[in-house]
Design a protein around this ligand. Structure first.
Ligand code: C2E
Ligand code: MG
Ligand code: MG
Ligand code: MG
Length: 289
């Protein structure tokens, strides 16, 4: 009853709201119920090792199948979920789902795959993160070394001293930590060096200029070289073609993720795809050197 009244009040006022405010109210209404209605879906995008060409992991990417129809992209609701705090509950679901999926894949005999999960800044700074992560590992039985948490440079810059202890306690669980979208924030590799970080993900905006634009070439070369010197694994996002793949492999970059390797896929599609033993570049590709 109260809910029904809430809805009609909402409609009454909505006539006078700006379009943008209307969109936000709709999002809030929807997000409140999306978890109960089981409307979130994770897609999995493969990550390949450049040296061997083998698939060694996936990144879990969130979609919202709102009202059972359209697949809403995270850029359209994650910022709002972050602002309102819904992200904590959603992020907990993501952790549980991703860990269970990865553990399932191990059990059915897929090659060992790392599972990368995105953490938003608010989730990273929240009081329940450690508990949520250790619960997800414990409940799924996923070996911790297969879980990788992706945080942004922004998360590290925000909260000073608390950041180091959060990172240290997560590392203590045996998982690995990655910096997502590296190069888009304001932190330097020297700054990152003080934190226990194992993986650097080069933002895909740097990839579009490869291998032809000299500026993109020098930036990526520098990031790969410095990352390697700091004993980090470096992975490039947004790898879309063989020329980029070859360039990154020759630089000594460790991993690649992007449409060239494979798009984000549902769990079922990913399993079928893995059954074809994908390797990069595909054998017989005439342009592969
Ligand atoms: P991200 O973590 O940097 O994820 C990579 C994005 O690049 C994904 O977009 C992916 O679909 C896209 N992409 C992959 N390969 C290529 C390529 O070859 N070319 C191009 N142009 N794009 C490519 P998506 O799935 O729309 O995700 C956008 C962002 O949403 C993610 O960026 C991440 O920051 C956030 N996000 C996704 N899932 C979650 C989640 O579960 N929790 C949180 N907090 N954030 C999430
Ligand atoms: Mg990511
Ligand atoms: Mg990224
Ligand atoms: Mg991104």
């Amino acid at each position: 009853q109260a809910k029904r009244e809430g809805r009609s009040r909402f409609r009454f006022y909505s006539a006078s709201l700006s379009n943008e405010a209307q969109v936000l109210l709709d999002l809030g209404e929807g997000l409140r119920e999306a978890l109960q209605r089981d409307e979130f879906v994770l897609l999995y995008q493969p990550q390949a090792e450049l040296r061997s060409g083998r698939v060694v992991g996936v990144e879990a990417l969130l979609r919202w199948r709102r009202n059972g129809t359209d697949m809403m992209m995270p850029d359209r609701f994650v910022p709002y979920a972050e602002e309102t705090g819904f992200i904590n509950a959603i992020g907990d679901w993501v952790l549980q789902e991703a860990c269970h999926r990865a553990a399932h894949w191990l059990r059915i005999g897929l090659p060992e795959l790392g599972m990368a999960v995105n953490l938003s800044p608010r989730q990273f700074a929240g009081p329940h993160l450690f508990e949520h992560v250790s619960d997800a590992l414990g409940a799924s039985g996923l070996p911790p070394h297969l879980l990788e948490l992706e945080i942004t440079e922004g998360s590290l810059l925000q909260h000073g001293a608390a950041v180091s202890s959060t990172l240290a306690s997560l590392r203590g669980l045996g998982l690995s930590l990655a910096i997502d979208d590296f190069g888009t924030g304001y932190s330097s590799l020297a700054y990152l060096n003080q934190f226990p970080i194992q993986v650097l993900k080069i933002d895909r905006s740097f990839l579009s200029g490869l291998p032809d634009d000299p500026r993109a070439v020098s930036l990526t070369s520098t990031i790969v070289a410095m990352g390697r010197n700091m004993n980090m694994r470096v992975l490039a996002e947004g790898v879309e073609n063989l020329a980029q793949w070859n360039f990154l492999r020759d630089l000594g970059c460790h991993g690649a993720q992007g449409w060239y390797v494979g798009p984000p896929m549902t769990a079922e599609v990913f399993e079928a795809w893995m059954a074809t033993n994908p390797v990069f570049p595909p054998p017989g590709d005439p342009s592969s050197g």
